[in-house]
Design a protein around this ligand. Structure first.
Ligand code: H79
Length: 586
């Protein structure tokens, strides 16, 4: 029982202090003027952004000389897909003349949809700049009859409308520049000088964007750089020019320690939950990013709303893409979807903006978000008996009501650990009806009680874990979860176990550790017993390996606490922890 109270108080402490206390952002040595927490504040508040993929690829719109980009693939990759020579692609780009482009209309659509930041492709992999660049003639002002700078117009329209203006910049890939990454059909790969591309085009263009378009909310890099040093140069470049500007996690490469201010899911990735660092997922509204005339696989507004809730309920941001046509028109089906999302947001925005991840286990009927002393229950499927049931919430419920109708209280009852809310017979909103619980104190829940698997073994990973101190649940760019950032004994991971079979258990641990992390000691406590382990390097970055730690005897069935922590303070992470297994010895 004592153990349980200890865990609950750790969790309650975390909740009370807000996620921030457990989520130190990546502090860059070059940046001293603004703290990582301060920099990311707006991003955590705003939740929903508009992504815009727009460039010369919008003109062929998925078709080149009769060949089609299949629906499901990316229209903006057309140059690479058909190995279009730079000369031909540039000739095609000459015809880009978006006379219907209207920055204020675009921005007002974002605003109407409840979006708070806007990220536009300043340069995608094709190397063509959609702004007035002095670095390369391959830009919309110098190369096309349009002559206007859409990014200038958008940045100004955003400022007027109170939307944060942000840019996407493909810093590694460049199919136009002879030394850029990716174009091996025009240029000989072996003759490329990638550093020259970085110095002559990529960095100077990022500098232009950070200098000529006012304060940027963030720079969204893509496809990471080859080495950490190269990526660090870009981080320093942004920090040096605009210390408040956020940098997305894709500035660095796969398999490297996260750089930048927050992590990205893979394209169109949905999280499995539990992440304790700031994150964002970029997603398409149909299946392509750049406009394709063939792709009519539009998500419904209801689907977009439920994705938004799923993402925000797991602590993330949703960057939702539109692919305008070459003439500047936004495809009407995307406008229709975004306007419906906006109508929902105008009524229910309180349950999204400024909220944090749901501390409760997932419900069969929907999701939840929390803010202050409120729990927002998002009901996707209305219960047939009009009674909403949930368990696991430790707080007292003071009152319950529909977010769209606060004056009408809903009856709440509590039996054992189950809270029941009496709902109206019919759902007022078939996509998502928000039920608000006004609760005593910050919402908190018990950590899950982990039971033995069918083979009587325990597999303890990030999902059921409670972190304390600097330890956080993270996602790496290889798509694997781990817990890290722990450097001292106050940084721990804890689980609650329900042991139903007494006996001897073999203990093993799975982690990755870099070469210079060897020899650090750590403690694994299982109930009153403890084992000490010594970290063995596993190679570079995320090469996870399993190590035996010996055996423990658990004399009787019951509830136990299992915890891991570094035995002593050090100046590096203990390990990238993946799991701890307890297997019965027969
Ligand atoms: O900008 C959007 C994508 O173009 C970009 N990220 C989002 C935000 C992106 N860059 N790389 N990738 C996505 C992953 C690369 C996928 C590929 Fe393929 C698989 C490249 C070649 C094979 C998909 C299929 C694209 C072309 C064929």
């Amino acid at each position: 029982m004592r153990d349980r109270i200890a865990i609950v108080s750790i969790l309650a402490g975390l909740m009370g202090a807000g996620w921030g206390s457990n989520l130190s952002g990546q502090v860059n040595p070059a940046d001293t003027s603004v703290s990582a927490e301060e920099r990311i504040r707006w991003f955590r508040q705003d939740k929903l952004g508009m992504f815009i993929h727009w460039g010369p690829y919008s003109l062929p719109a998925g078709e080149w000389k009769g060949q089609r980009v299949p629906v499901g693939d990316e229209g903006e990759w057309i140059m690479q897909r058909f190995n279009i020579p730079v000369k031909e692609y540039r000739e095609m780009a000459r015809r880009m003349n978006p006379v219907k482009f209207n920055a204020e209309q675009w921005v007002s659509l974002a605003k109407a949809a409840g979006m708070k930041y806007l990220v536009i492709t300043a340069k995608h992999h094709d190397g063509f700049a959609m702004y007035h660049s002095r670095v390369s003639e391959s830009n919309i002002v110098d190369w096309t009859p349009f002559k206007r700078d859409p990014l200038k117009e958008l940045s100004e329209a955003c400022r007027k409308a109170g939307i944060r203006f942000c840019v996407y910049y493909s810093h590694r890939e460049d199919w136009d520049h002879p030394d850029g990454y990716g174009n091996n059909w025009d240029y000989d790969r072996t003759k490329k000088d990638f550093e020259r591309y970085l110095e002559q085009k990529s960095k100077p263009q990022v500098r232009e964007l950070l200098t000529d378009y006012g304060p940027l909310g963030l720079v969204w890099f893509d496809r990471g750089l080859n080495t950490p040093r190269q990526a660090q140069d870009f981080v320093n470049l942004v920090r040096g020019l605009q210390p408040r500007c956020l940098i997305n996690g894709r500035v660095g490469n796969y398999g490297q320690e996260l750089m930048g201010d927050y992590q990205n899911m893979n394209d169109n990735g949905m999280p499995t939950g539990g992440l304790e660092e700031y994150w964002e997922t970029p997603q398409t509204l149909n299946t392509t990013w750049g406009y394709s005339k063939f792709d009519q696989q539009w998500k419904t507004a209801g689907n977009v709303i439920q994705r938004l809730v799923e993402i925000v309920g797991k602590g993330g941001n949703y960057l939702l893409n539109i692919g305008p046509m070459a003439d500047g028109t936004i495809p009407p089906p995307s406008v229709a979807v975004l306007e419906k999302v906006g109508a929902w947001m105008r009524k229910n925005g309180d349950s999204i903006y400024g909220t944090s991840a749901c501390p409760l286990a997932e419900f069969p009927w929907g999701r939840c978000t929390v803010k202050g002393e409120k729990v927002y229950l998002h009901v996707f499927s209305w219960p047939a008996d009009a009674v909403l049931r949930l368990s696991g919430l430790n707080n007292q419920v003071r009152s319950a009501y529909l977010l769209v109708d606060p004056s009408r209280e809903l009856a709440v009852s509590r039996e054992n650990r189950v809270i029941s809310v009496a709902l109206p017979a019919k759902s007022p909103d078939e996509d998502d009806t928000v039920v608000v619980l006004d609760v005593s104190g910050p919402p908190n829940a018990d950590p899950p009680l982990i039971t033995q698997g069918s083979d009587s073994a325990f597999e303890l990973d990030y999902l059921g874990a409670v972190t304390a101190g600097k330890a956080v649940k993270r996602f790496n760019r290889d798509g694997k979860f781990h817990i890290s950032k722990w450097t001292g004994p106050e940084d721990s991971i804890t689980w609650r176990l329900l042991v139903s079979q007494a006996g001897t258990y073999k203990v093993s641990i799975r982690y990755a550790a870099r070469r210079d992390w060897g020899q650090s000691k750590y403690v694994v406590a299982i109930g009153p017993q403890s084992l000490t382990g010594v970290v063995e390097p596993t190679g570079d970055w995320y090469q996870y390996k399993t190590f035996d730690l010996g055996v423990v005897k658990i004399a009787k069935a019951g509830e136990y606490k299992v915890a891991i922590w570094p035995a002593a303070a050090s100046d590096h992470y203990l390990m990238y922890f993946q799991s701890l297994a307890l297997e019965p010895v027969l």
